[in-house]
Design a binder for this molecule. Structure first.
Ligand code: ADP
Length: 247
């Protein structure tokens, strides 16, 4: 298996708050990794570190073709290249409210990647079709349901054709009846072979879709492994306690 992400000794503090205290893990190309753990344990900060939305204090991180030693010297160009390796899906989709669905999707490919508008538009329409939203291309985000907005948020990340997809609690802002349609889209992407890291509270989904689960607590990975092991037969009491509280 080719390793697409490698994290060694990642740390991050916000002031006196030592949020990530030494994180190490790897992600194989084409695999799905679920990050689970209690609220406030550092899951989102960990994910944001992989796109430098939060810039780590230390640690050597490789994401596809970019490696940065965050404790050492690196340039703005290094950071730009690192960021370009991954696409980020936010909990609240972060769509521009004054742009149509289509405009939201082609913005990155056209403005950042300098791709021709016609080509980016064709791709965007094909992707929208694949998530059942081709008919909504000219609508504004506010005209869509939360689940539809999040599906557009996912398409927007995919349209950049990144090497890795990072999804931060993609269903936690949704009404329960809308969760399924978004999880289906993520499952389809995993089936298509996308390399992804998903922070999620959906434990059943994590167990069914991921190849690897990281259980994070107190800024460290307490336990990691195959979902049937970590979720089905946790080795650590902290993992077992967390999972018991969910049921
Ligand atoms: P989780 O995703 O597991 O709920 P987070 O990574 O969101 O955890 O947060 C971990 C800790 O980091 C929390 O104590 C949170 O308050 C703090 N934190 C996260 N982002 C920031 C920030 N931008 N500034 C200050 N503190 C932050």
């Amino acid at each position: 298996m080719t390793e697409l992400i490698r994290v060694d000794g990642l740390t991050k503090s916000f002031g006196d708050n030592h949020v990530l205290r030494g994180i190490d893990f790897q992600v194989d190309a084409g695999s799905a990794t679920a990050v689970i753990g209690p609220s406030g344990s550092g899951k989102t900060t960990l994910l944001r570190s992989l796109n430098a939305l939060d810039v780590p204090d230390a640690g050597v991180v490789t994401v596809a073709d970019a490696t940065i030693d965050f404790g050492g010297v690196y340039s703005k160009a290094d950071l730009t290249r690192y960021r370009a390796q991954s696409g980020f899906v936010f909990q609240n989709h972060n769509l521009f409210p004054h742009k149509t669905v289509l405009q939201n999707i082609i913005e990155g490919p056209v403005v950042v990647q300098k791709r021709p508008v016609a080509e980016a538009t064709d791709d965007a329409r094909r992707l929208l079709d694949s998530v059942g939203l081709l008919g909504r291309a000219d609508d504004y985000p506010g005209q869509l349901s939360g689940g539809q907005q999040q599906r557009v948020g996912i398409v927007r990340a995919v349209a950049l054709n990144p090497r890795v997809l990072l999804l931060d609690e993609p269903t936690s802002a949704l009404d329960p009846e809308l969760v399924g349609e978004v999880l289906r889209v993520i499952r389809d992407l995993a089936d298509q072979g996308w390399t992804m890291v998903v922070v999620t509270h959906e434990i059943t989904f994590a167990r069914q879709v991921s190849d690897q689960v990281l259980f994070v607590d107190g800024g460290v990975i307490v336990e990691h492994g195959a979902p049937d092991q970590v979720i089905g037969a946790p080795r650590h009491e902290r993992t077992a306690t967390f999972l018991r509280r969910l049921t």
